[in-house]
Design a protein around this ligand. Structure first.
Ligand code: GLU
Length: 339
């Protein structure tokens, strides 16, 4: 019995560490062991949020949501942890498989998964559910100045990272390339590496440019613009073609003031989407309700957790959702008089 207790404490402390909580919270481990002897208390529900590369904005976003929810662990019995993943497409698939309970997913990818398009061609993900949307993301093309890439068409013949399979950006890159009348397989050397590795490869001279669909500021773009090899953002000028072809794209820009190392002096035009927070119809209403309620009831606190959230309002966090709202989210929004 004693051995079992010690093992429980060690296991719990390990999970607490994974959840990235502070020493104050880890000190609860003995309490948790005591709870096991008293079955009256509700047991902890562990939920994992799928994000993206650690230098993106999804990873800190998962952390921000987990932090807000974990602060009320005693009330809800929910312990949220965050996982770094390959991005939007991976997250949809992992949430649908039940490997993750929540995921941060681009709005265009949510739309495609729902309708059975792109990676889900002919296989609509009918159990996908929306909770709320988060920060805007813009399709960001970063090129080395010495590569000679000045305008979008100059990526022809160059070595360009379009994004790993599993990422949201891969399809955005392909759409932008096609709207410019090029083919990613025959007109350039397209790489499929993760966004977190791209800035290093650009700085090392192993690629000429990379695409990343991300909120600003992001660690990855800071890393790419702060190195010895000078870089510039390339404007995406074929926006009208993109907007006429795809219902989920909107005009956007890259704010250059957050990247003083980049060569650009003016904000850069491009197109964008929104980050959204999704789950599965199979995740219990009470869990989704608790998470949505904590994020919205603590909106001002949440908003301060990342500079990319500066533009958020409670109202625009209900826009850009194409999957049906999860019943737990709907319950909260109705209760709060928001719908
Ligand atoms: N938009 C990217 C994706 O869906 C992730 C961006 C981020 O991690 O902030 O894969």
């Amino acid at each position: 019995m004693k051995k079992f207790l010690i093992l429980s404490i060690v296991l719990f402390a390990g999970l607490a560490l994974l959840a990235g909580c502070g020493p104050g919270e880890q000190a609860q481990a003995p309490e948790q062991a005591a709870e096991m002897a008293e079955p009256a208390k509700p047991k902890t529900t562990f939920v994992t949020i799928g994000t993206g590369g650690i230098t993106g904005v999804y990873y800190p976003t998962g952390g921000a949501i987990a932090k807000i929810v974990n602060a009320k662990k005693d009330e809800y019995g929910i312990r949220a942890t965050v996982e770094s993943t390959g991005g939007s497409v991976f997250n949809v698939n992992a949430v649908m498989a039940g490997d993750l309970q929540f995921g941060v997913v681009q709005s265009d990818r949510q739309y495609q998964a729902m309708k059975g398009m792109a990676e889900w061609e002919g296989k609509p993900q009918t159990d996908l559910r929306a909770c709320f949307s988060i920060h805007p993301e813009s399709i960001t093309l970063v090129a080395a100045v010495d590569s000679g890439i000045q305008s979008f068409d100059d990526i022809k013949g160059k070595r360009v990272n379009i994004g790993n399979p599993g990422s949201g950006q891969r399809q955005n890159s392909i759409d932008a390339i096609e709207a410019a009348g090029m083919n990613f397989e025959s007109d350039m050397i397209a790489e499929g590496i993760k966004a977190a590795e791209a800035p290093g490869l650009l700085q090392d001279g192993r690629i000429d440019a990379f695409f990343y669909t991300v909120g600003h500021p992001s660690g990855a773009i800071k890393e790419a613009t702060a190195g010895a090899r000078k870089v510039r953002f390339i404007p995406i000028t074929q926006i009208d073609t993109l907007l006429s072809q795809y219902p989920y794209y909107a005009k956007a820009f890259i704010p250059v003031k957050v990247y003083p190392g980049a060569e650009n002096r003016q904000d850069v035009q491009t197109f964008g989407v929104k980050a959204t927070f999704v789950t599965s119809a199979k995740v219990p209403e009470s869990v989704v309700y608790a998470i949505v309620k904590e994020v919205f009831d603590n909106f001002e606190t949440f908003k301060k957790l990342h500079p990319a959230y500066a533009v958020l309002t409670k109202q625009n966090m209900m826009e850009g959702l194409s999957a049906p709202l999860h019943s737990g989210a709907e319950k909260y929004f109705k209760e709060a008089g928001m719908m």
